[in-house]
Design a protein around this ligand. Structure first.
Ligand code: 13P
Length: 251
């Protein structure tokens, strides 16, 4: 990294379809009580909880966000939530293109890029997820897959890619307890970094998070890699003590 160029450290909890009003309140209170953290921290929660999560975290160092948004602005799209609606709840982030949405909801690279564009237009930072499946890794296609996924976002967003966060989440490491080794993760992050750096100095400064079975005991070694700027945390973000420990590992 050139002098003067600083990448923000960030740890984001992805609650996925977990939580309840009864469980959320103590989790958020415990998380608030664990601050300060050395870097940025956010939780991406199911949309119905955004109002109460915003109220619980208002004035704290912890930001909040959502896990998806529509690729449309408004209209007859039953079940969809627009980026502008997320902005009304002061969401700082929205995850787009998580592998679960790509796999279970057939989301294409183009659709994910469009969602990222809507988020940016609404003033919400998209966290654009990329990552290969086990079959793709075993076929030696990891580089090509993540380059294609990132390339679609770059093609749609242009220089505004510099206003996004990228998350590398190898699909085979999600919820499996099988973490990519720090070296394996770093290799892909370095590749993504190179691709961003060829675009512009702003793009070079984008934070790239690692996700996939990050736990308190492996967070520091992952976050210690030169091109890993933090994490996107699933299961461990549902436990305040574990999540706080991971947040503190991102120095
Ligand atoms: P786990 O941390 O549960 O593996 O989930 C990772 C993830 O998918 C975060 O978006």
């Amino acid at each position: 990294m050139s002098p003067g160029e600083r990448r923000a450290t960030l740890v984001v909890g992805n609650w996925k379809m977990n939580g309840s009003r009864a469980a959320n309140a103590p989790l958020l209170a415990a998380l608030r009580a664990s601050a300060p953290f050395p870097g940025g921290v956010a939780v991406c929660v199911p949309a119905p909880y955004l109002g109460e999560v915003a109220a619980a975290l208002q004035g704290s160092a912890i930001a909040w966000g959502a896990q998806d948004c529509s690729s449309h602005d408004s209209g007859a799209f039953t079940g969809e939530v627009s980026a502008a609606m997320l902005a009304e709840f002061a969401c700082r982030y929205v995850i787009v293109g998580h592998s679960e949405r790509r796999a279970l909801h057939g989301e294409s690279d183009g659709l994910v890029a469009e969602k990222a564009a809507r988020a940016l237009a609404a003033g919400v930072t998209p966290i654009v997820c990329v990552g290969e499946t086990l079959a793709e890794r075993e076929a030696g296609e990891t580089s090509a897959v993540v380059a294609r996924q990132l390339g679609a976002a770059i093609a749609r967003l242009g220089d505004r890619i510099g206003d996004t966060v990228i998350a590398y989440e190898p699909v085979w490491a999600i919820g499996t307890g099988k973490t990519a080794s720090p070296a394996e993760a770093e290799a892909v992050h370095a590749l993504l970094r190179t691709r961003l750096a060829t675009l512009s100095p702003r793009a070079a400064a984008v934070s790239i998070l690692y996700g996939g079975s990050v736990k308190p005991d492996n967070a520091a070694s992952l976050f210690g890699q030169p091109n890993i700027d933090g994490g996107l945390i699933g299961g461990a973000s549902l436990n305040a003590e574990h999540f706080a420990a991971i947040c503190k590992a991102a120095a």
